[in-house]
Design a protein around this ligand. Structure first.
Ligand SMILES: CC(C)(COP(=O)(O)OP(=O)(O)OC[C@H]1O[C@@H](n2cnc3c(N)ncnc32)[C@H](O)[C@@H]1OP(=O)(O)O)[C@@H](O)C(=O)NCCC(=O)NCCS
Ligand SMILES: [Zn+2]
Length: 261
């Protein structure tokens, strides 16, 4: 959304620049399933692809001891979709009662490190900066947000990081043009910094479910309404999710999305 941030997103294409340097010595292949491009003769790249591929298609192992657990079947709204997937879904009919969304606890090294590893893959797919984890992972200072993970069968198949927002960061964005509405300054409460769902499980309502649960558990004791959740520089699919989740119809006919800088 902001020009500043967009620029820094682009400047993080670390792997692409490495591929270019060696491209005349080793063929670059693109995996059709996870869409990662890598050098087929590089052991490092093969290992990197293997890890990325596994995460994108099956998620990451998540111990049942990690995180503060929230059972999705005890929460409302989009959660029901996760329990009853669409007719077309290959997993329709299987119970979702054991799905949980866990809040990653600061100071619990194993779960924080596992979440950081997930964020590495997420930031890679989003082409986003890799250094925006402090607000949910740091043990020091005021609580400025949390990370949540969607867990099914002991695998993390979705993740979200949610920030508590200062009013001066909040803006409206026009969905169609992605233009920021100036000089209006709305106030939103929390913001989706990153949201990601494993490729194999998209379209089941998992992202919406994670936001629903994060709204309840980011600020203890407060259930933040949907319309006070903002988005940071949504991607194409993130924009569609935002539009459906809490886009607002303006009298001009445009759809506005709550966002933050
Ligand atoms: C964006 C993302 C998190 C959505 O996850 P998801 O679990 O599939 O989302 P949900 O199933 O909860 O979607 C809810 C609604 O949002 C809309 N939506 C979400 N993703 C969409 C897409 N790719 N295309 C069209 N509509 C989409 C739909 O209206 C959907 O409801 P419907 O299926 O009843 O029509 C997922 O596609 C993803 O991880 N993408 C890569 C990372 C990314 O771009 N993150 C966004 C950063 S801002
Ligand atoms: Zn792959």
């Amino acid at each position: 959304m902001s020009g500043r941030k967009e620029k820094s997103y682009r400047s993080k294409k670390l792997v692409q620049s490495r591929l270019k340097l060696d491209c005349d010595r080793s063929p670059i292949v693109k995996c059709e399933k996870c869409e990662m491009s890598y050098m087929s003769a590089s052991m490092d790249d093969i290992a990197l692809h293997s890890k990325y591929h596994g995460m994108m298609l099956k998620g990451r192992h998540w111990s049942s001891k990690w995180g503060e657990r929230h059972h999705v079947d005890q929460e409302e709204s989009s959660v029901r979709r996760a329990i009853t997937p669409p007719m077309s879904s290959p997993i329709r009919g299987q119970t979702r009662k054991l799905d949980v969304v866990v809040k990653v606890r600061r100071g619990h090294t194993s779960e924080v490190n596992a979440m950081l590893e997930i964020m590495g893959v997420v930031n890679r797919e989003l082409n986003a900066p890799h250094d925006e984890n402090e607000f949910w992972s740091s043990e020091h200072g005021e609580t400025r947000g949390n990370a949540f993970v969607y867990v099914r069968n002991e695998r993390a198949i979705g993740a979200i990081t949610m920030e508590v927002l200062k009013p001066e960061r909040c803006r409206w964005m026009v969905y169609e043009s992605r233009a920021i509405v100036e000089p209006v300054q709305p106030v939103f409460k929390i913001g989706v910094s990153r949201i990601w769902v494993c490729k194999s499980y998209r379209g089941e309502g998992i992202a919406s479910t994670m936001i629903d649960i994060a709204r309840r558990h980011t600020i203890p004791g407060i259930n933040i309404p949907k319309n006070l959740v903002a988005w940071s520089q949504p991607t194409n699919s993130g924009g569609k999710l935002a539009r459906k989740y809490n886009g607002a119809k303006h009298k001009s006919g445009n759809i506005l999305i709550p966002c933050y800088l």
